[in-house]
Write a protein that binds this ligand. Structure first.
Ligand SMILES: [Zn+2]
Length: 837
């Protein structure tokens, strides 16, 4: 419709409005295109804008203008749309397939392309990964309007030279949680008092997504649909420049890159990226923020070491990722030590940086393209120089865990090939740096204080027993995982079935059958038995399902097993005799029925929403088992007799005497409490159990040494374990370790919970090994005095019940497939565990 009116439209200009606070500079605007204010019915900054309205506005722009198209790249857990508005000149958009092909040549190491003036630069303006950092999505609306509606020569020039991909909300579920909150508590007149409800969100707050995951850590781990959709989009387009807008504490100003130096001594990212390019762009941001009178700082904080941020992942893909942090007005107006900070003020800074990013990228187009191609070329050159030609790992018996790891390789477009008994990942490939990221471990550092994790070798998250090899023999390329590990369909039996418990999905199968009221037993000792598929040895924890003892008939049972196998792809065997060739027979006392878990999880004020969300996510998305989330504020009136297992994750628990007694006596009646990380420390401090923490005797004569005040932050930060990977020794005969074949596995530690091994010889399930360091930063003092003497998992009695204490977080960021099983065993088999005395 508009296309016909184009000539007329170009002559029109809108009148000046209050919104000129933001974009006065870019007049004239096409009056046929509605401004955000005209569309929403309120000025940007007056309220927080709901995500559906953000999408509707971009939809409108795409409808009325030939400068924009809207695509959907995914849906959130709660079903909200993830959208991308592509903006450029009508000519560029009509020609987008050809431009894309030319652009992608710069990601091919073998190419010799040179940037030409007619090739636009591809820029991804991405906003609002943290839902309660809302200024940037509002800035996205203003940015979209500016590029779609402005006829200012400056903007027209940018459009000719750039294709913009505007992602207005990376985390719509979190954004709407906060938006609803901030609007609901908004006063009229506005209340700037920081103690007002508007500025103090309820638990779990809006930062995270539906399962309370931080999406700004998920780019590497690719667990959530928001990141998976984005990664697939990313590898289709490989933008040259990517923004990542945030907000920080209110008592601050504005931050842009360069960040603090990279923490690794030998970082994977090219120096040119974090030195030259960041400084080049910083010059532009400084100038534009100076021009509107905004203060800012650079270099002091934030590090881009962890590769899973929205501002670091693009750096590993030949682009330039850019972090921005605006002091938050958290709400519409707030008093700070520096004066009053308003929502429109925060939006204006983000908007200014958005436009400036386009300016800087366009003015350095050739440089950015040269850099992109050089990035991929240098990957190949580095791989050629490296002694490591490939990484290899075996398939083993836990195929669904391997499959989940292969999925991570493929989503990052890492080439992986199948060999006779496993897989091989060649280092000489375009994604060389991602190969390094997934497999390499570090023990030398430039820095000692990390903004986030100091270890991210994803292969260790999955307990992959991999080898770096000096010779590479190609295998068969893996592209589709759907039928990569076919299982032999289960035969019918009138006697019994046995299910292999080595597989990651075995727990989901157990739950599937228990939900159907099928009695399933666990084998506490291994055995070898004749099956319909030949003689087979079953490990500790194998699931045994006798036919005769079931409430349902043989056909119902067989059908249920077929369904479970179809859904979860786990090996299952029909058995016609209970007489074993070796080990225990099927009627043995070592094979006992598993109680169906009735699980609950404490949530609410003081509880770590990350760790709680990880438990919820694991049970929902992988096991498909419901878990009751019990709000702490209701504890006094909760009926605990409905549950037989309770999970407490890290938190600052402040339970009164009555509630404490209530939970303790519930455990004592024969139930299971699982505590994770700081919750384990907490119950020891509270003396719920007779266990201790690892301590060192402080020398009382030790005189405090005076240190420079300026070093305090750095010195204190060093002692916290920011996130590192260590080796533990597992008792694989223990029910909590059933399903594990390796005695030594990696665990993730990001706390200072040091559990002393139990005095009971049978109650320490996992202990750190003598040489436990695998990957990441830890001080010598922490390593030798605390970690080495400590346990990772211990079990302790409370009356007739028990507490299973994890020092480390087995469910970290939903990505620790290697240790998830320990937690699930605690949940499903915890009730079976006896502590022999
Ligand atoms: Zn943030």
């Amino acid at each position: 419709m508009l296309k016909k009116l184009l000539v007329v439209v170009l002559l029109c200009t809108s009148t000046l409005s209050a919104q000129d606070y933001f974009y006065k500079k870019f007049h004239p605007f096409n009056s046929e295109i509605p401004s955000p204010e005209a569309f929403l019915g309120y000025g940007i900054g007056e309220h927080h804008t709901r995500h559906d309205l953000i999408v509707a506005y971009l939809q409108k722009l795409a409808e009325v203008s030939d400068r924009a198209t809207l695509t959907e790249y995914g849906k959130t857990h709660e079903g909200r749309k993830l959208v991308m508005l592509t903006v450029s000149t009508p000519e560029n958009l009509q020609n987008i397939d050809v431009l894309k092909e030319k652009h992608l040549e710069f990601t091919m190491p073998e190419s010799n392309s040179k940037a030409t003036p007619d090739l636009p630069i591809f820029i991804n303006l991405a906003y609002n990964v943290h839902g309660n950092e809302p200024s940037s999505s509002e800035a996205a609306l203003l940015t979209a309007y500016t590029f779609v509606a402005s006829n200012n020569p400056e903007i027209i020039n940018y459009l000719k030279n750039a294709v913009l991909f505007i992602d207005p909300t990376i985390n719509p579920d979190g954004r709407d949680r906060h938006t609803q909150y901030a609007n609901a508590y908004q006063g009229n007149p506005l209340v700037a008092d920081p103690q007002d409800a508007e500025h103090n969100e309820y638990w779990p707050r809006g930062r995270t997504n539906h399962y309370w995951f931080d999406l700004n850590r998920d780019w590497l781990l690719a667990i959530n649909p928001e990141s998976r959709g984005k990664l697939n989009w990313y590898h289709e387009w490989y933008p040259n420049v990517v923004t990542d807008f945030h907000e920080m504490g209110s008592q601050s100003s504005y931050f842009f890159e360069p960040m603090k130096d990279n923490g690794s001594l030998d970082p994977i990212m090219p120096k040119k990226n974090y030195e030259d390019l960041n400084n080049l762009f910083a010059g532009y941001y400084a100038k534009s923020l100076d021009s509107i009178g905004s203060l800012y700082f650079t270099k002091e904080v934030f590090d881009g070491t962890y590769p899973g941020y929205g501002s670091s992942y693009p750096d590993l893909q030949g682009g330039l990722g850019l972090l921005f942090e605006q002091a938050s007005s958290r709400g519409h107006k707030q008093t700070t030590a520096f004066g009053e900070i308003t929502f429109p003020f925060t939006i204006r800074n983000q908007y200014t940086s958005s436009i400036t990013t386009v300016k800087a990228a366009v003015e350095n187009k050739e440089l950015m393209y040269d850099y992109q191609l050089e990035f991929f070329k240098s990957g190949i050159a580095k791989a050629e120089k490296s002694k490591i030609k490939a990484y290899s790992f075996k398939t083993g018996t836990d195929k669904n865990r391997i499959k989940a790891f292969l999925d991570k390789l493929l989503i990052h477009r890492i080439k992986v090939e199948q060999t006779e008994d496993g897989f091989v990942v060649p280092t000489k490939q375009a994604q060389y740096r991602m190969v390094q990221t997934m497999f390499e471990t570090y023990d030398k550092y430039r820095d000692s204080v990390y903004y986030d994790a100091s270890a991210w070798s994803v292969a260790n998250f999955f307990n992959i027993d991999y080898k770096a090899i000096g010779t590479y023999k190609p295998g068969k390329p893996v592209s589709d995982l759907k039928n990569i590990f076919p299982v032999t369909p289960i035969n019918q039996s009138n006697y019994a079935y046995v299910i292999d418990y080595d597989d990651y999905n075995a727990v989901a199968v157990l739950n599937f059958l228990q939900q159907k009221e099928i009695t399933v037993s666990s084998a506490f000792k291994p055995f070898t038995i004749a099956t319909a598929n030949g003689n087979k040895t079953f490990n500790y924890g194998s699931l045994v399902i006798p036919v005769a003892a079931q409430k349902k008939d043989s056909n119902y049972l067989y059908k249920a097993l077929q369904q479970a196998q179809e859904e979860y792809n786990v090996p299952m065997y029909a058995v016609n005799s209970g007489f074993s060739l070796k080990g225990v027979d099927l009627g043995s006392g070592y094979i006992s029925p598993i109680k169906k878990p009735k699980a609950a999880l404490l949530i609410g004020d003081g509880v770590s929403s990350y760790e709680a969300g990880e438990v919820w996510h694991l049970l929902d998305t992988r096991v498909h088992m419901p878990i009751s989330k019990l709000p702490i504020r209701n504890l006094a009136r909760i009926d605990f007799s409905k549950y037989n297992v309770l999970v407490m994750v890290s938190g600052r628990y402040q339970l009164d005497q009555k509630t404490t007694e209530k939970i303790k006596s519930w455990v004592a009646q024969g139930n299971t409490l699982i505590t994770i990380a700081n919750a384990s420390k907490w119950i020891i401090d509270q003396k719920w159990v007779k266990e201790e923490l690892t301590k060192i005797e402080k020398d009382t004569a030790d005189i405090t040494i005076r240190k420079p005040y300026v070093d305090a932050r750095e010195n204190l930060g060093k002692n916290s374990v920011g996130g590192a990977i260590f080796k533990v020794d597992l008792d694989t005969t223990h029910p909590i370790a059933f399903g594990y074949t390796n005695e030594q596995i990696p665990v993730y530690k990001n706390n200072s919970v040091w559990l002393k091994p139990s005095k009971n010889a049978y109650a320490t399930v996992a202990k750190y090994t003598k040489d436990p360091h695998i990957d990441g930063f830890i001080t010598e003092e922490n390593l030798n005095n605390f970690l080495k003497p400590s346990a990772s998992i211990i079990i302790s009695k409370i009356g007739g019940g028990k507490v299973i204490m994890f020092a480390d977080n087995p469910n970290f960021r939903g990505s620790w497939y290697g240790t998830n099983r320990l937690f699930l065993n605690a949940l499903f088999l915890g009730n079976q565990v006896n502590i022999p005395e």
